[in-house]
Design a protein around this ligand. Structure first.
Ligand SMILES: C[S@@+](CC[C@H](N)C(=O)[O-])C[C@H]1O[C@@H](n2cnc3c(N)ncnc32)[C@H](O)[C@@H]1O
Length: 248
């Protein structure tokens, strides 16, 4: 497993929350956890833990944030409310069998698993980590919306501030293959001129592929939403949000 430098280089980790403000998705997962009355919650690929810490702010909950990137976890551990979360460095094999009520993968974590074996193995670990009747919820960009067509220098170029001084950043797509997009992120720290180039690849699974892989490991799909307001998937949807149950 190769980790994307966005999750490794502490200078880029420090910029993550500002670049990924996510409000609607956070609200969606908080409401889902409340509706399911989930008290034991796992957040796989928790990153800097914005959602993880909000989930853990509710009294009586046990929340674990699991992520293989030490720099993301180090950042998460320094934020207010971090002491209420159990932080675990690792991938899905570190989940164990806690009999959780709810497991989540947010911020398109589902797209980091590039090959089928890794994706299916992750789903199997998540299934084993839930109690019978527990739920898994996650999001993935809808391939038909072709999000990568907006990942051009012109559309993504930004000049901002960082703790290391002014920074210019942009994305560029390198290659598009069926179900996979290879792109690079440029991050130029203007004080030194250093360009930290991040090489990334994401999987774009279809709705059918995800549904089949969930069913294959024993999940039953409860809902698939096409937006953060629990609307259906339509031809305009940019995201697919899956909620699946582990049968009794
Ligand atoms: C786009 S970030 C999402 C972070 C967070 N969930 C959010 O919503 O902001 C993707 C995260 O997936 C993590 N990741 C990468 N490979 C992983 C794997 N094999 N298993 C679990 N998480 C992984 C990265 O370290 C990173 O923190």
């Amino acid at each position: 497993m190769k980790l994307d430098q966005h999750y490794v280089d502490p200078r880029l980790v420090a910029l993550y929350d500002g670049n990924n403000p996510g409000a609607e998705d956070t609200e969606f997962y908080l409401q889902l956890a409340a509706d399911l009355e989930a008290s034991c919650i796992l957040d796989l690929g928790c990153g800097t833990g914005v959602l993880t810490r909000k989930l853990a702010a509710v009294a009586g909950r046990q929340v674990s944030g699991v992520d293989p990137a030490p720099s993301m976890l180090a950042h998460a551990r320094q934020q207010p409310g971090a002491e209420r979360v159990r932080w675990v460095e690792g991938n899905s094999s570190a989940l164990g069998t806690p009999g959780a009520d709810l497991a989540v993968m947010t911020g398109n974590v589902a797209q980091v698993f590039l090959d089928d074996a890794e994706w299916n193995g992750t789903l199997r670990h998540l299934h084993a980590a839930l109690r019978p009747g527990g739920h898994l919820a996650f999001d993935s960009r809808r391939p038909e919306a072709r999000a990568w067509e907006g990942w051009t220098r012109a559309a993504t170029h930004e000049r901002g501030d960082s703790i290391h001084g002014p920074l210019e950043s942009w994305l560029e797509v390198v290659d598009v293959q069926p179900g996979r997009v290879h792109f690079v992120g440029h991050n130029v720290f203007l004080q030194t001129g250093e360009n930290v180039v991040v090489d990334s690849e994401l999987r774009f699974h279809s709705q059918r592929e995800i549904a089949d892989s969930l069913e294959e490991v024993g999940f039953t799909i409860t809902d698939v939403y096409g937006d953060w307001q629990r609307g259906p998937v339509t031809s305009e949807s940019r995201v697919m949000v899956f909620v699946a149950g582990r049968g009794g």
